[in-house]
Design a protein around this ligand. Sequence first.
Ligand SMILES: *[C@@H]1O[C@H](CO)[C@@H](O)[C@H](O)[C@H]1NC(C)=O
Ligand SMILES: *[C@@H]1O[C@H](CO)[C@@H](O)[C@H](O)[C@H]1NC(C)=O
Ligand SMILES: *[C@@H]1O[C@H](CO)[C@@H](O)[C@H](O)[C@H]1NC(C)=O
Length: 292
Amino acid sequence: MAMMFKFTNVLWCLVSLQALCEGSRLSLTATPDFLTKDITRTLTLRCSLSDTVSPANGTDGNVKYVTSMLVTRNSNNERVAVIDDRSGAKAETDLDSLTVKGDVAHSDPWTTSLPERAYLEMTWTHPGYNQSGGYTCEINAVDLQGHTVVFVSSAEIGLVTATDQDMLDELVRLDSEDQAMKAKLAALEASIATLQPPHAEEGVVKCGDSGSWNRNGNGRYIYKDIRFRKPYLTAPPMVSLAVNTLDAHRNSNLRIHAAVLNVSKQGFRVQCETWDDSHVYEMSMRWTSVVA
Ligand SMILES: *[C@@H]1O[C@H](CO)[C@@H](O)[C@H](O)[C@H]1NC(C)=O
Ligand SMILES: *[C@@H]1O[C@H](CO)[C@@H](O)[C@H](O)[C@H]1NC(C)=O
Ligand SMILES: *[C@@H]1O[C@H](CO)[C@@H](O)[C@H](O)[C@H]1NC(C)=O
């Protein structure tokens, strides 16, 4: 049978002026509080400092601010993670498996039961022998009178070897994960199968003979309104034009302009234009629309 260390949590509060650190409380928690070799997937160690005196009773007793937090491991005081009021939370060991977050200027509202003022949270993936052992969290703070206050707490994280039951549980868990993954994949495949291509339409619009177009100074133009075969659902599409047919009188320069106007979800307007002495016998444009 494997040996299991009990998780312990001890709080010392070392202060220059006694009695003043009772208002803030250090908490050091490990989830889980022991590791099963090759089975435990993540380990989270969280050190935090909370206020215990509510503003209704005056905040004297809570710390004024936190300057730094440091977590060390085992008797050689290996530095694990650190945060201070100048730089963010940082891992100092286990760099390939440890992520750290934290805040020393945190302030939860007093609506929560014990509002946190600072925390340092370490999460390891696939923790093992190297992550087991004794951890110490040290918090440096300053009280309302300007004195330095130091909070210290320790926790022991044990390591056990997996039992047959642990292995069995792990197999069951992996199997159910596998089932869930397969179900997700099947749902994904089904939704891909029903995916529609994007809504696109095309057509040709004939502007006809410019001799019959509207006059505007020395220009002539005509509007042609197009309705999409089915309306676009969420927004007006992009519409582009290309010349499809052009037939013009040979005695003058060729001058044409075509524009897309007033695009809506239902349709759009094409303007065909020429000017000066140009005469267009036939001008037709090919249009395409596609979801924007
Ligand atoms: C204030 O202090 C009194 C006496 O210690 C306590 O009973 C009460 O719950 C406190 N009020 C708040 C809001 O913390
Ligand atoms: C455990 O720590 C030792 C010494 O730092 C290192 O050489 C080794 O690679 C670590 N093992 C794992 C599994 O990270
Ligand atoms: C069409 O667009 C023009 C210019 O963009 C605008 O002046 C006109 O009011 C629009 N007409 C309609 C019916 O939306």
